[in-house]
Write a protein that binds this ligand. Structure first.
Ligand code: ADP
Ligand code: MN
Length: 178
């Protein structure tokens, strides 16, 4: 296995189906820890790291190479919380923890319809959650012991998650060099 990057502060990847609470959770976690919240979807739009708009899926067609190049310097020093609805596109060595947020179907359905999702986009995202696509993807892409699934149904869940993760950040120290 390639050697993991050396850094003084941890990088955390927060992933999950759209609507599971990534952005809200990352924002609170950044406030609690002083780490930097990087919303990848916003970065892709801002820096046009895409090859146009997909009319069918109603999203930008990500240019992975541009994105990885853009992010490399941002994550290099550690201390970044990466917020994205996919996780197998990033180099494994970037992250010290991978968090997969999960939401019950009924709750997620309501959040996505409130956000204006309908038709295929709504259905694709519901199926993504029902089949635990992100958890599978995370388990296939990162060391098992770094991956953790957390429920994100209620505000109480969110506070618990922020507390668990900020405690983890406080206790984190760089792996010993070997
Ligand atoms: P994501 O970034 O994963 O798409 P957001 O953080 O934008 O999700 O959350 C989507 C919506 O659901 C927002 O209105 C947010 O306030 C709400 N929400 C997210 N997580 C929770 C939670 N654990 N409890 C209650 N509401 C939540
Ligand atoms: Mn978001």
């Amino acid at each position: 296995m390639a050697q993991r990057d050396r850094r003084l502060k941890p990088n955390i990847l927060v992933t999950g189906t759209p609507g599971t609470g990534k952005t809200s959770t990352c924002s609170l976690l950044a406030d609690a820890t002083g780490l930097t919240h990087l919303n990848v979807g916003d970065l892709v739009k801002l820096k046009s790291l895409h090859d146009g708009w997909d009319d069918e899926l109603e999203c930008f067609i990500l240019n992975e190479d541009l994105l990885i190049d853009e992010m490399e310097d941002m994550v290099k020093g550690g201390g970044t919380i990466v917020d994205y609805h996919s996780c197998d596109i990033f180099p494994e060595r970037w992250f010290d923890a991978i968090v997969v947020l999960q939401t019950d179907n009924g709750v997620l359905y309501e959040r996505l319809t409130n956000r204006g999702y309908t038709g295929a986009k709504l259905q694709n995202n519901m199926e993504c959650e029902i089949f635990q696509v992100l958890l599978e993807e995370a388990r296939e892409s990162y060391p098992q012991e770094l991956v953790r699934a957390l429920p994100s149904n209620t505000i109480e869940d969110m506070s618990n998650n922020v507390e668990i993760l900020s405690d983890w950040v406080s206790a984190w120290s760089p792996p010993a060099a070997n």
